[in-house]
Design a protein around this ligand. Structure first.
Ligand code: GRF
Length: 220
């Protein structure tokens, strides 16, 4: 029996360069037979929505601001809308690509170990916002990015793949982020290729791929 192509949905709030990398990889069949079946954004102004149009990926807008009273988000109602939209896409994988909101526990539970995130640090170091600045402030000599499965905690969950880069003495947050971004793109593509094509187990907080040892660690 033919294996069905894995279906990937992407959630993005902004620029969308990681989404673009995934869309390009899918178009070139670099993710095996996987297809990107939808891009969902919580922000109307997100350039990621335009990238979706460019690649012919169906795009969906669930505006978080419509679920806010003042600064307070009606998490249950918003997540339920996100969940319904995602359910309609029948995704095997949900990729967070610069999605700037936390996913509520119910949403995470609905897609257990099928939500993937990329974070610009070597987790567990420097969770949360401004991870590159956090690495600089801590005087680190290297940093990197982590692709991981999402659990209910912020920037937590089993590691799929990490890549590292050196921090140069003259680096600013801008130069460091700029050098890290293409590494993020390659790491996310490689992680999704593995997840879509290779059987895996989760062992001791890491995604262990068949025949691969475990987390690949490439120095740039
Ligand atoms: C990336 O640095 C990613 O690691 C982080 O948010 C940023 C999103 O950038 N989670 P882009 O929207 O993919 O260009």
């Amino acid at each position: 029996m033919a294996v069905k192509p894995p279906r990937i949905a992407v959630l993005a709030s902004g620029r969308g360069s990681n989404f673009r990398a995934l869309a390009e990889a899918a178009a070139k069949k670099d993710l095996g037979s996987a297809e990107i079946v939808g891009l969902l954004s919580n922000k109307k102004s997100a350039p990621a929505l335009e990238i979706a149009k460019e690649f012919g990926v169906p795009n969906f807008l669930v505006e978080s601001k419509k679920f806010r009273t003042g600064k307070v988000l009606d998490r249950a109602a918003f997540d339920s809308e996100i969940r319904n939209t995602l359910m309609g896409l029948k995704p095997d994988w949900i990729c967070l690509a610069g999605y700037m909101l936390l996913l509520g526990p119910e949403l995470v539970k609905s897609f257990s170990n099928r939500i993937v995130n990329i974070h610009p640090s070597l987790l567990p170091k420097f969770k949360g916002l401004d991870a590159q600045q956090q690495a600089l402030d801590a005087g680190e000599r290297e940093t990197g990015c982590t692709v991981h499965l999402v659990n209910e905690e912020l920037d937590d969950g089993p590691t799929v793949l990490q890549s590292r880069i050196r921090i140069l003495p003259e680096d600013t947050v801008n130069t460091l982020s700029e050098r890290l971004l293409p590494v993020e793109h390659r790491t996310y593509v490689e992680a999704m290729r593995l997840l879509c094509t290779t059987p895996f187990q989760i062992v001791a907080g890491r995604v262990l791929f068949a025949g691969k040892g475990y987390v690949e660690d490439r120095a740039e």
